[in-house]
Each structure stands twice: as structure tokens, then as C-alpha cells.
Ligand binder design. Structure first.
Ligand code: CUA
Length: 345
């Protein structure tokens, strides 16, 4: 091959590779990573993408060069010269891809192993509640709730996380299979009834991120969303302690917090709590609903929370409201009932 032809080949390759690189860099294929695990996944993504761009540039350059250079002249219908195998070329195009695929699998295996690693709680961890912080993630049609065993099983409807601390999520479901996903954290994990799946997350960027259900789980799948808030560690601790205080406070005073922390607002409308969802009955009409059920207001509210199928408001299906709220601590249940009854119009 003459030097001029090689220069042409290289030139075409650089142009094709450049175009592919622009597409890779300027199209936001992945969200900005907000956890160390997502950062590693990003590294694998770029490692593979750079290899792909190089191979693409090489193949595109050879194809375009051959198309132009060896094009049949108008009217020429002869066969090309016969070609036999080329052992040297065949060794090269087998060995190079084999080496690249091996490299990709090694890098991926290292990242997978690191991302799956959950540091075990040492004896000293008891003194430091954030090391590692365990959060129970509970999925149900169609809401998420997050429990913090280190803070007296504090329950929250949003996932609050401390910055730069590895958190062990223990994910389960109360009904059907859901899947936990925060795009910025880079990983998905199924929420399966009857079993617990773990996921380690080390948030490394303060901010608010969507929590999304990424497994078709019923009519409300698309709205089964919550929010993950990454806070500086100190701020996280004061949030957790503040919530603990609110939920343990005198009856009535904390009902609004119980309402929000248990995700009531993801299904119901209730103006005093700023809730506007329309999956379940409108709680602004609790008095009329209690009348229809033929029960005193307080008793009706209590029953509807702990045994939701006992009375079903006309127009709403059975078995949609979770039956799990019967396990709410008594003080929280009482303040929730008092809050709903006290604010009902
Ligand atoms: Cu839960 Cu989709």
C-alpha cells in the first residue's frame, strides 16, 4: 500500500472516530452520577465506549476507502481478482478483539465486585449509627417507604441519605414484584415479596434525585415514585433525630408527620396535609364518608386505617389500600387518627 493511501485511510478514520466521539460526549446518555457506585459504572461505560469508537473508526475507514477506491468503472462487469486467505490478518483480527473483550470483562468484574461489597458492621459500629447505615426499603402498590432501624424504626416516605456514607438498602415488597431505581445512583434492584435484596449505595453528591419503580407492577406503576435526598452527614443526623422526636411527640401534634412519613399523600387528597393524589378516597370528605359507613368519625378513621377492607367507599376497588398500617406503633396511629379527625371538614 502506498503512503498516500495509508494517509487517506487514517484521515477517514479520524473523521469517523471524531463524529462518533461527539455523539458519545454531547448526547447525555447517562445521568450525572451521584454515588461512588454510579461513578464506577460510568468508568466502565467510557472504557467500553472508547474501544467501540476506535473499532468503529477503523471499520468505517476501511469500508469508505474501499467503496471509493475499488468502485467498478461505469460499464465494467468483470469479476475482481480471486483472493485467498491471509493468515497474518486473520490472527490480528482474532487476537485484538479477544484481548479487548477480556479487558472489558476484567474491568466489569472488578466494578461489579466493588459495587456489591457491603462493609460489615464492626463491634465499634454500635457507637456510630451511620457505619454502615441500614435502610429498609418497602415497596407496595403504589408507594415506597423507608425505615431506619438505627433510629427506632423511623419511617419516611422519602429516602434521606447521608453524604459519603455507605448505606445498605434492604429491599422488599409487600405485594407484587417492584424494582428500586435511582438513575443517578446507577443501579436497579428488584423488590420481591417474601425475600430481601441488598443494594449498597455511597452517595457522593448532595441533591434530590427521583426514586422510580422500574418493574411494571399494576395500574399505578407510572406514579410509584418518591425522592432520594442526599444530605451532609450532620444534617442527616439532625433530620433523623428531629423526625424521631416529632413521631414520638404528644398525640395530634405529630399526626401530620405520620401522614407524610407513611406515604398517605401518594394516594389520598387531604388539604391540611397538602396532599392532592387521587388513587384513594378524598380525605377532605371524611365526615360524609363516616356517615355513609354509619360510624362515629374517630372509629371510622381508625378502622379504615387498620382494616381498610371493612368499609369500601362506593366507586373505589377493594384491596388497594395496604393492610400493613395496622402495625403502626400505637402512639403514631392515635396521632394520625386525631390529626385526620381534627382537621376533617
Ligand atoms: Cu411498583 Cu412498578
Amino acid at each position: 500500500m502506498r503512503r498516500g493511501s495509508i494517509a487517506q485511510l487514517v484521515g477517514i478514520g479520524i473523521v469517523c472516530g471524531g463524529v462518533a466521539a461527539l455523539v458519545a460526549i454531547f448526547v447525555p446518555w447517562l445521568p450525572d452520577p451521584a454515588s461512588r457506585q454510579a461513578g464506577r459504572i460510568d468508568f466502565v461505560f467510557w472504557f467500553v465506549t472508547v474501544i467501540c469508537i476506535a473499532i468503529f473508526a477503523l471499520v468505517a475507514a476501511v469500508i469508505i476507502y474501499a467503496l471509493v477506491k475499488f468502485r467498478a468503472a461505469p460499464g465494467e462487469d468483470m469479476d475482481g481478482p480471486p483472493i485467498h486467505g491471509h493468515t497474518g490478518l486473520e490472527i490480528v483480527w482474532t487476537a485484538i478483539p479477544a484481548a479487548l473483550v477480556t479487558a472489558i470483562s476484567i474491568v466489569s468484574a472488578i466494578v461489579l465486585a466493588k459495587n456489591d461489597h457491603i462493609p460489615h458492621a464492626s463491634a465499634a459500629a454500635n457507637a456510630e449509627p451511620l457505619k454502615p447505615l441500614v435502610v429498609k426499603v418497602i415497596a407496595q402498590q403504589f408507594a415506597w417507604s423507608f425505615q431506619y432501624p438505627a433510629f427506632g424504626n423511623l419511617t419516611s416516605a422519602t429516602l434521606e441519605l447521608p453524604l459519603e456514607k455507605t448505606v445498605e438498602l434492604r429491599i422488599t415488597s409487600l405485594d407484587v414484584t417492584h424494582s428500586f431505581w435511582v438513575p443517578e445512583f446507577g443501579q436497579k434492584q428488584d423488590a420481591v415479596p417474601g425475600s430481601v435484596n441488598n443494594l449498597a449505595i455511597t452517595p457522593d453528591k448532595v441533591g434530590h434525585y427521583p426514586v422510580i419503580c422500574t418493574e411494571l407492577c399494576g395500574l399505578g406503576h407510572a406514579v410509584m415514585r418518591s425522592r432520594a435526598d442526599v444530605l451532609p452527614a450532620q444534617q442527616f443526623l439532625s433530620w433523623a433525630k428531629g423526625q424521631q422526636k416529632k413521631l414520638g411527640g404528644p398525640a395530634g401534634a405529630s399526626g401530620k408527620a405520620v401522614f407524610a412519613n407513611n406515604g398517605c399523600n401518594s394516594c389520598h387528597t387531604f388539604r391540611p396535609a397538602g396532599a392532592t393524589a387521587k388513587v384513594g378516597p378524598d380525605l377532605d370528605n371524611l365526615k360524609q364518608e363516616a356517615q355513609r359507613a354509619g360510624q362515629p368519625l374517630q372509629q371510622f378513621i381508625h378502622q379504615s386505617i387498620v382494616d381498610p377492607n371493612a368499609y369500601i367507599e362506593p366507586g373505589y376497588p377493594k384491596n388497594v389500600m395496604p393492610t400493613t398500617f395496622s402495625s403502626l406503633p400505637k402512639a403514631q396511629l392515635d396521632s394520625l387518627v386525631a390529626f385526620l379527625a381534627g382537621q376533617a371538614k
